[in-house]
Design a protein around this ligand. Structure first.
Ligand SMILES: [Zn+2]
Length: 314
């Protein structure tokens, strides 16, 4: 563990990531006063050095009541996500999608940022975080006050017309869908991080979809669907952010999807230290100098507290 701790203390830049020996540790097991040997202290030291870029995933939002796809609370795993091809190619698929999404949106709209989101925003305000790449579409980083957020997979709070490309607010669509479906009721068995709710088929069949008010075109949430590419300019922006980081800090992502994992590989290739805070193993563990397998909210709150001690003296 000492080796990994040394790596996390800032000397990892230039080290061969392949030779790193990541420690998978739970900060709860570290005793009081273990400032050099405990991983939380190492993370705090690294964070206090500034220049951090955050890469966040669904695991950061589970404590806000939005379930993860793959993490320990991934109840909705059994339902297949809608692909762009199915959505664009089938009116029945769109009806099913919007029925589920209309019901699921309530949960997303009501979700509030948790201690983890607040900690990240606090670190940005303190000048330690230079940018955030989020795979989440729930807007909770911004709701916590974070500013420099790149929403890699878009945002659920807007919809886009596939014909005229008009981008409009989800709140407005929500009002239109509610008006078109007064009396419609759905029994929800699960909600997913993209706001998709699992409903019965017959419930979806009774749902009325509405179209673009400007041109009558098909409306789609302004998020990147499975089978759809992230806009290239956005990808380049994320590569640039990750490439300029003093350290890339992964928060709550198993990095299963290449869309986010590629930035970890990019950082590792440039010998930029990679730190992972996640519940459970991730695809990026081999590239990481420090891994903390623990709940996000209290871990990040503790890091902020320790950073303040480092900055203002204890
Ligand atoms: Zn339109």
């Amino acid at each position: 563990m000492t080796q990994a701790v040394d790596g996390a203390r800032g000397s990892a830049r230039g080290a061969n990531p392949a030779s790193a020996n990541p420690a998978s540790v739970n900060p709860a097991s570290a005793g009081p006063g273990e400032t050099l040997a405990d991983p939380l202290g190492s993370l705090a030291d690294l964070v206090a050095g500034g220049g951090l870029v955050i890469l966040s995933g669904a695991g950061l939002s589970t404590e806000s009541g939005i379930p993860d796809y793959r993490g320990p609370t991934g109840l909705a795993r059994r339902a297949e996500p809608m692909t762009y091809q199915a959505f664009a190619g089938s009116a029945a698929a769109r009806q099913r999608y919007w029925a589920r999404s209309h019901r699921g949106w309530r949960n997303i709209a009501q979700a509030r940022p948790n201690a983890g989101h607040h900690a990240v925003a606090e670190l940005e305000r303190g000048g330690l975080v230079t940018g955030m790449i989020t795979q989440n579409v729930d807007g909770l980083h911004q709701a916590a006050g974070a500013r420099r957020v790149v929403e890699l997979h878009g945002s659920l709070d807007h919809v886009i017309c596939l014909a005229c490309k008009a981008r409009t607010s989800r709140a407005e669509l929500d009002r239109r869908l509610s008006a078109a479906n007064s009396g419609w009721h759905a029994t929800v068995t699960a909600i997913k991080p993209d706001g998709d709710a699992v409903l019965g088929d017959d419930e979806a069949e009774r749902f009325r979809v509405v179209d673009c008010t400007a041109c009558g075109g098909v409306l789609k949430p302004d998020v990147v669907f499975f089978g759809e590419n992230v806009p290239p300019a956005r990808v380049q922006e994320c590569y640039a952010l990750a490439g300029q980081a003093s350290a890339l800090v992964v928060l709550g992502s198993s990095l299963t999807v290449m869309s986010g994992y590629r930035f970890v590989r990019h950082a590792a290739k440039l010998a930029i230290p990679v730190v992972i805070v996640n519940n459970g193993p991730t695809r990026g563990d081999a590239q990481a100098q420090l891994i903390i397998d623990a709940p996000l909210g209290r871990t990040l709150a503790a890091v902020v507290e320790r950073c303040q001690l480092i900055h203002y003296g204890s």
